[in-house]
Ligand binder design. Sequence first.
Ligand code: SAH
Ligand code: SF4
Length: 390
Amino acid sequence: MDAPITQDVLTIPRKLPEEGKRNLVGLTRPQLLEALVAIGTPERQAKMRVGQIWQWIYHWGAQDFEAMTNLAKGYRADLARHFQISRPEIVTRQISEDGTRKYLLRIAGGHEVEAVYIPEENRGTLCISSQVGCTLTCSFCHTGTQKLVRNLTAAEIVGQVLVARDDLGEWPVPGAPKDETRLVSNVVLMGMGEPLYNFDNVRDAMKVVMDGEGLSISRRRITLSTSGVVPEIARTAQEIGCLLAISFHATTDEVRDKLVPINKRWNIQTLLDALREYPRISNSERITFEYVMLKDVNDSDADARRLVKLIAGIPAKINLIPFNEWPGAPYQRSDWARIEAFSDIVHKAGYASPIRTPRGEDIMAACGQLKSATERGRQRAADIAAQAGL
Ligand code: SAH
Ligand code: SF4
């Protein structure tokens, strides 16, 4: 944690949200059409206008209507009177030694969420949040210690992708040769919150992100991670169709009840039954099983063997996540040799079992470490008050 951290002031020009004007970001195409008609756009033109505005917002990254030069001046003024194109505001941006960028973003109501950009050799993954805090209380997760404040809107979910592209300077330049390399090539819903407890907004946001005329991130480059909200899993397949990751983390109900308490509602067997249906319904590839390695809790050879037995028949990949510590965490990371032994057993059973290298640890950007700074501040104040007997 002593590594030097770059925390810089941003110089990107950005517009702050304007009160009372509807934000066009995050609207689905039908919603955008309705919004345009409602301000008097003739119905027979509206579909074409949707296409034009969509391209400006999601292909070119436009932040105001003035830039939309293929629309008549008067119409641009109409749009500006009623609407805005706004994103969450970047409060801080920290850049880790390994290039990982963590954004603390402010959204309406003064709430804060985090998004993390992880550059890799041949791809760049943006990890986004779906809620402020989380209602679930997984005992190894830092976010789980923060109470749910609210669901993010579709605009705030899509907005995280726009902000990252702004910051990385990734919008195309008109007239410049097309650059096929993408900085934000993948999106994972693995930040703060349980995406399947905010289903409609997550679905609408992903529809926008996947749209081929705009951000165009394909459904196979989007991974939604859930702790196991069983009734929404089939809907995820049908209505989003992205890749699925499951926070599995244990091989007996007894241990999973403690680590991922939603297991008391939908146990391992019920969850696995839902997962067996997933690839068939969504036409997607393997399901990722996330398994956090906790010393002496879930990391034995017997656990590894039970795991492969449980998932037999499901096209799967097992992501082993060395536990990322956070202040006051009740667990320790398994020893490296133990993680490798576990991985070997899973691998020999025929499953890919990569060990996820923790990224951005120096800036607390790794999995499960996210928790907004104001919340941390509040928590610290509460701890101090408790110690002082207040
Ligand atoms: N709520 C969703 C998505 C967010 S959590 C879910 O639980 O799946 C993203 C991943 O990070 C999950 O697999 C979660 O179990 C894991 N995680 C949480 N805290 C962690 C920690 N301290 N160390 C390592 N992984 C953690
Ligand atoms: Fe919520 Fe996921 Fe953390 Fe569990 S692991 S508390 S579901 S964010």
